[in-house]
Design a protein around this ligand. Sequence first.
Ligand code: ADP
Length: 297
Amino acid sequence: MTRSLGGAELATSIRDDASVAAAALTDLGIRPRLAVVLATDDESTAWYVRSIAAAAKRTGILCDIVDLGASATTGQLHGTLVELGHDPDVHGIILQTPLPDGTDLDALREAINPAKDVDGANPVSLGRLVARLPAFAPATAQAVIALLDHHGISPHGRTAAVVGRSTVVGSPVAHMLVQRNATVTVCHRHTTDLAAGTRDADILVVAVGIPGLIIADHVADGAVVIDVGTTATADGRLLGDVDAAAVDGRADALTPVPGGVGPVTTALLIAHTVDAAATQHAQTRTDSVLAGFRSGV
Ligand code: ADP
């Protein structure tokens, strides 16, 4: 039997800690506020955004869903992100993908104020992460590592395979695993023999978005498998990238979908927002002290 590596318990503990900090900030007159910008009718996205809003509510932080509609332009999205970046009452910003065809995602990511980039989407955040400098890591990538930690699975000295190389999940996860001293293979859509890349890995992380892509042939006996995939079906179910029935008994452990990486990701987004609110508050106080100091010189 393959163990199920659930994320609910970890998500609750992250939210509980965030909730205590959020209440303390609220007492100081700072109510942490997250803005989620979206421009799609995609059902998986709607599901995910609802889960973020629910987690925010449970933690006592504010969450604005800024829905610009499926025909939003780069200019509109850019203007909104810049405005939110300047708004002192907004502490965290998430730009939700997918975006309408033809929008310039790279330019939009760069428009997210790095101090509020709670999902590590700005290339500045990613660069700092790779350079091992303090930054908000993409929440999904961090959730993968947090789940391993929580379940006592150390990547140190182990082999890991990451399927998917997106800048929001696959690439940062691969870097974070290397930083945890794993030896990492990255597979992607041009990998000709996927099983050859994955079947010797002690830890297999799959972030592709193709339900059931991973079957027993891809998995080493006793591997730990982290399924990041979340594809929503028309009848409201959520499917992972791993065929759980096919790998049952072969993998030592597998994260469920839903209920694995997802809840930890949303909890981390909330925790990052509280963190960002605290940092911005401290910065504002420092700025005001410095302003007073300079005017006295
Ligand atoms: P996400 O944001 O969930 O990471 P993306 O759509 O941005 O998803 O990226 C999907 C990733 O999956 C890409 O890096 C792509 O190369 C990888 N991928 C797509 N199809 C396959 C496949 N058949 N085998 C391996 N990797 C794949």
